[in-house]
Write a protein that binds this ligand. Structure first.
Ligand code: BGC
Length: 715
């Protein structure tokens, strides 16, 4: 370590001020300036969480259009979190890190871990969960996986970036306890337990300060308290002031504009230092962090020759993303045991709904990628059934024609006020409306006729990246393109229709009571269609669990009813820590599906809950029996309920979970250890986590509302 710092200082002493300035701001859209005479390469970065993004021109938002930047398309972070499988999060990370490295990137701008405060946030699909503990547990292996490949993970967006509306200017007002208990833990874990090499600031302001240049966030919280000595990069265009940027814990300013010299940390900073208004020491500190990152990545220094070269589009990567996708599929409802379908028995299958045939990898914002391939649900179903069944497809509803781009990327304008992207509605003439209605009716008729003459009907609808998208929040949770009407008609005609929702965030389900079977898939990567079909036909026993509560309408969400969301000037987090199930379970809100929910083709029985206090730790054990004839995986969830809690506390909180595989008819012992932190609250007077003390109920269950075993303990 000593040697490292000596080496860094030696290198630093040889750099001119101009060279140092070149290293701390974007000199291309995704890179900094090299210092060739000293062997310092540029630092290259790329999005994003679902795979390594296509190659862009250095100084223009134009994809270069070559054929060597197709990559593995990974399940989105919501899907990864739904596996509740740490090992798979690690595997996904490894794929991402290796592919980024093979594409000559140093930093992969992932994972995104902002807390899902409202179901309407446009980027929720890029994030993991509404629950900080689940985020902590999944982000750590993911970061480690990425960094195994000598690529830096870059956790984003720090902090409290849970809305897209006016994302660069909205002031997010959050109290200290809420930040510490809900919005910070994922980032803290990435730093302290994941050993992450870099972090991205958020666009929004937090309590009046722009996050990318916030002293309280970057200097105090991140660097002083969490001892982060890695690199902090701004979100693209998130820096607004040279002095603040210089004095804050930020190291590299990136922007969406091409006038690189005009960036705050470019010429404007150089001039201020030359004029004696700012000290060069501020720049040195940033350069030290960047050089330290380069050393860790073996970009410079003695270990340079040992840097891994990475790989992309390998069979192993495709297999890994398939494994993640399989465990991410969530069986929400299977009332009449219609699933699994029997591939040997079905002869005539109607696949209805636009998402059956849709491709999603090329959308969503900065998470867009050029996937080497993407198996749609329709192809997945056809792959499983082969030639012995007739599979026919009808969209059932009309999808708007894709707008022809002018060749430039959305990102060039995405940081402007009131940016509205692709969702702009065209005003139609009376004649156009009549024609559209006719088309709609014909489309539905075709689907219903097909359904009637088939022995099996599978509807695959949901959202796409016109709705799950960066830069815009949704207006409501309604399904677009008249899907609710199609589903109502279809379920009336064929009540056993298997309903599949393929989306990045929850939707209203007015037809839910009519549907016996509902399956949920987030955007699950290049093998998403394969995984879905394997679940439908029982080749894979579903084991995904919701990492967020599926409420009935957005109007139930406390971010909207107690706090404010989607406003342009302020996002007031008045609901505090009452995010997601913390609120819904406490208030006993009627929801569609609770946090942690997800069915299996197996049936599990929980028994023998034992608690043992050993010093500051509580050891928990219980036995899970697979009381069925199918092998399966179960995620055992441990919640802690504070019996002596003050008014306003969440009724219970997830503190531990374990995903286990139990063979049919067998039993497995599962153990957990809870620590002091699990019985603590953040105390704003002491600025620390403290134990309140009293009686706590330890709950073990299969979801936040299906608790099978409870036992009290004094702590
Ligand atoms: C997004 C970031 C992304 C960056 C670079 C911004 O618009 O908010 O998540 O990494 O662009 O593309």
């Amino acid at each position: 370590m000593q040697n490292t710092e000596i080496y860094i200082n030696e290198l630093l002493s040889q750099l001119t001020l101009e060279e140092k300035i070149g290293m701390i701001h974007g000199a291309g859209l995704f890179r900094t300036e090299a210092v060739e005479r000293l062997g310092i390469p540029p630092l290259t970065m790329s999005d994003g969480p679902m795979g390594v993004r296509a190659e862009f021109a250095d100084n223009e938002w134009r994809s270069v259009g070559t054929t060597d930047d197709f990559v593995s398309y990974l399940p989105c972070n919501s899907a990864i979190a739904s596996t509740w499988n740490r090992e798979l999060a690690g595997k996904a990370g490894e794929v991402l890190g290796e592919e980024a490295r093979a594409r000559s990137k140093d930093v992969i701008l992932a994972p995104g871990i902002n807390i899902k405060r409202s179901p309407l946030c446009g980027r929720n699909f890029e994030y993991m969960s509404e629950d900080p503990r689940l985020v902590e547990e999944m982000v750590v292996p993911m970061v480690k996986g990425i960094q195994k490949g000598d690529t830096a993970a870059c956790v984003k967006h720090f902090a409290a970036n849970s809305q897209e509306t006016e994302r660069l200017w909205v002031d997010t007002i959050v109290d200290e306890q809420t930040l510490e208990e809900i919005y910070f833990p994922g980032f803290q874990a990435a730093v302290e337990k994941g050993g992450i090499f870099s972090l991205m600031g958020a666009y929004n302001l937090l309590n009046g300060e722009h996050c990318c240049t916030s002293k309280s966030l970057l200097n105090k919280k991140l660097r002083e308290e969490w001892k982060f000595d890695g690199m902090v990069v701004s979100d693209w265009g998130g820096v607004h002031d040279t002095v603040k940027a210089a004095e804050s814990g930020l190291d590299i300013e990136m922007d969406v504009t091409y006038e690189f010299d005009k960036h705050n940390l470019a010429k404007p900073l150089l001039e201020k230092i030359k004029a004696g208004e700012l000290s060069e020491d501020l720049v040195d500190e940033k350069v030290r962090n960047i050089l330290r990152l380069m050393l860790r990545l073996k970009m410079i220094g003695e270990q340079k020759e040992e840097r891994k070269r990475g790989s992309y589009n390998t069979k192993e990567h495709q297999q890994a993303v398939l494994e993640v996708a399989r465990e991410s599929v969530i069986l929400l409802k299977n009332e009449k045991q219609i699933l699994p379908l029997n591939a040997d028995k079905v002869k005539k299958v109607a696949v209805i709904g636009g998402n059956a045939a849709a491709i999603h990898s090329n959308g969503g914002g900065s998470a867009e990628i050029k996937a080497l391939y993407e198996i749609s649900p329709l192809m997945g179903i056809k792959k499983i059934l082969g030639g012995n069944a007739k599979v026919s497809y009808a969209p059932g509803y009309v999808l708007p024609e894709k707008k022809q781009g002018d060749g430039t990327n959305w990102q060039a304008e995405s940081t402007q006020h009131d940016w509205s992207g692709e969702r702009k509605e065209k005003t139609l003439s009376a004649e156009e409306i009549r024609k559209a209605e006719e088309k709609k009716a014909a489309c539905l008729k075709e689907a219903l006729e097909l359904a009637k003459e088939s022995d099996t009907v599978i509807f695959v609808g949901g959202l796409n990246h016109v709705y799950d998208v960066e830069g815009q929040d949704r207006a409501d949770m309604k399904l677009p393109y008249g899907q609710d009407e199609v589903l109502a008609a279809l379920l009336k005609e064929v009540p056993d229709t298997v309903v599949v929702m393929f989306a990045g965030s929850p939707v209203e389900m007015p037809w839910l009571s009519e549907a016996a079977t509902v399956v949920w898939s987030y955007y699950a990567g290049m093998e998403g269609g394969t995984a879905l079909a394997e679940v439908l036909f029982g080749k894979v026993n579903p084991s995904g669990k919701l990492a967020e509560t599926f409420i009935k309408t957005a109007g139930q969400c406390p971010a909207h009813t107690i706090g404010t969301f989607g406003k342009k000037d302020k996002a007031e987090y008045k609901e505090g820590r009452m995010v997601g199930y913390r609120y819904y379970d406490t208030e006993e809100t009627e929801v569609h599906f609770c946090f942690g929910h997800g069915l299996s083709y197996s049936h599990f029985v929980y028994k023998d809950l034992q608690l043992q206090k050993e010093g500051e730790e509580v050891e928990i054990s219980l036995t899970v029996k697979n009381d069925s004839t199918v092998d399966g995986k179960e995620t055992v969830q441990i919640y802690v309920a504070e019996k002596d809690a003050k008014e306003g506390e969440p009724s219970h909180q997830l503190k531990a979970f374990e995903k286990i595989f139990v063979k049919a008819g067998e039993e497995k012992l599962v153990t957990f250890v809870l620590t002091k932190r699990d019985f603590s609250h953040y105390d704003v007077e002491k600025h620390a986590f403290v134990v309140c003390g009293g009686t706590y109920e330890i709950q073990a269950g299969t979801s936040s509302r299906d608790i099978f075993l409870r036992e009290n303990i004094r702590y």
